[in-house]
Design a protein around this ligand. Structure first.
Ligand code: ADP
Ligand code: ASP
Ligand code: MG
Length: 414
């Protein structure tokens, strides 16, 4: 049976980490594996900056593209002799970006974004496929755009599951296959992307349509931890999680798994392992259909939050009709609402600071409502809280809003 392995950007950020990936893959030998790569660490951020400069017609476009080229060619120099054919492949991918940059920006930003930002995964997967062959790990390169079919909602494309299943069965026949996360393709052959951090989701989609036996995502942490290690010390690995609990953690923003990843796996009961590419002797976390046995208090952090306070200009109640208008505006502009609280005359919403659309949405809202907002906040979520955990957490914190349910407490902190 097929197994899907996903390696994120951190695992291929330099030659040392790339060599650890090769070592891991060599333990699989001739098994039926599909290997999904994200772009090299930070490349998606740099490509996003590039698209923004391009749409602003900034003079900094060429220095940004040179920075991205240098990052890739520095890695190539370490991994390959100078006449290797991978240099041509990589050069050709950069020529595609250069051509795109020569065109006038499209009216639809998201379309341009997808054509340019998707190249990050094409670069990394081509480099990894070639390097694995150099290391005598034979593999076939798969352009995932021949398989993963989506609608044309650029930057956040929706999967055409039926067509994807058919294309996967038609096109994935030789193993191991090396392919890309994060990107897909419309039926008119335009490249799309699935949303930031979407490569975990790509791995789950492939697992679902190929009826894989499991998915392993290889991370720079020892598994799913009970707290975000960037903000908390003394974290612990959660050895086993139910699908439902994993969905909850991902939903509240545990960055370790993309929120859309779990559902396709849960539907087909395909277990997900989260393991470390650094400490390969650690067993990591298994997420499956078992009863949830995790009752560790888990801390999730979302930074860069904005707290909006929306009230009617005539101080009348925020009624359903208003709520409908506000939420459809946010949905249209891809604004993610992480928490809401309603009072008699105002509605508080904690949203991600979507750098593309938020200010536009606030301008539009301000035509109908009084809108106040606080920037640069943190949203903390604690699952499985207890009073002791809460009292030590809130010490020294400036809490703007608190919301509590049976298993979960959330704080918006300035
Ligand atoms: P990748 O490039 O493999 O997709 P990410 O950087 O997207 O990796 O995700 C892994 C990171 O997620 C870890 O390095 C860690 O900082 C962060 N993280 C946040 N919450 C958790 C958690 N609960 N458990 C493990 N890692 C977490
Ligand atoms: N490279 C994409 C990103 O950085 C997708 C991913 O890594 O999951 O968002
Ligand atoms: Mg990621």
């Amino acid at each position: 049976m097929i197994e899907i392995l996903k390696f994120g950007g951190a695992s291929i950020k330099n030659t040392d980490s790339i060599k650890s990936v090769v070592k891991i893959l060599k333990t699989y030998d001739n098994e039926n594996i599909v290997i999904v790569f994200s772009a090299i660490a930070n490349v998606t951020n740099l490509l996003e900056e590039l698209v923004e400069l391009y749409t602003e017609k900034s003079s900094k476009v060429s220095s940004k593209i040179n920075e991205i080229k240098k990052l890739h060619f520095d890695i190539l120099k370490d991994l390959f002799h100078k006449n290797h054919q991978v240099y041509n492949t990589v050069n050709n991918l950069f020529i595609e970006i250069d051509w795109a940059l020569e065109e006038e920006p499209n009216l639809e930003f998201s379309y341009d974004y997808d054509q340019i930002v998707s190249v990050g995964e094409l670069l990394s997967s081509n480099i990894m496929s070639a390097y694995l062959k150099e290391c005598r790990f034979s593999n076939s390169f798969l352009d995932i755009r021949d398989v993963l079919k989506t609608d044309n909602s650029h930057q956040n494309a929706n999967i055409d599951w039926k067509l994807t299943e058919k294309c996967a069965n038609d096109n994935i026949s030789s193993f191991p296959s090396v392919t890309q996360g994060f990107i897909g393709c419309t039926s008119e052959n335009f490249t799309t992307t699935l949303g930031r951090e979407g490569s975990d989701f790509s791995a789950a989609i492939l697992a679902s349509v190929l009826n894989a036996k499991k998915v392993v995502i290889w991370k720079d942490v020892d598994g799913v931890l009970n707290a975000d290690p960037r903000y908390f010390n003394e974290t612990q690995v959660i050895p086993r999680l139910s699908f439902t609990e994993a969905v909850e953690l991902a939903f509240y923003g545990a960055k370790v798994i993309h929120p859309k990843t779990i559902q396709p796996l849960q539907n087909k009961m395909i277990p997900l392992h989260v393991r470390s590419f650094i400490n390969t002797n650690k067993v990591g976390t298994v997420i499956d259909n078992s009863e949830n046995i995790n009752n560790l208090a888990s801390f999730i952090v979302k930074k860069n939050q904005i707290l909006l306070s929306i009230s009617d200009k005539n101080l009348s109640f925020i009624v359903e009709e208003h709520l409908g208008y506000i939420f459809s505006l946010f949905s249209k502009n891809n604004i993610v609402v992480n928490l809401m609280q309603n009072s008699a005359v105002s509605l508080s919403l904690c949203v991600d600071n979507n750098r593309y659309n938020l200010s536009r949405s606030i301008d539009e809202l301000s035509k109908k409502f009084d809108v106040l907002y606080n920037n640069d906040l943190m949203l903390y979520t604690i699952r499985n809280y207890n009073e002791q955990v809460i009292s030590s957490f809130i010490k020294d914190k400036n809490i703007l809003l608190e919301q509590k349910s049976r298993n979960t407490i959330q704080f918006i902190v300035a």
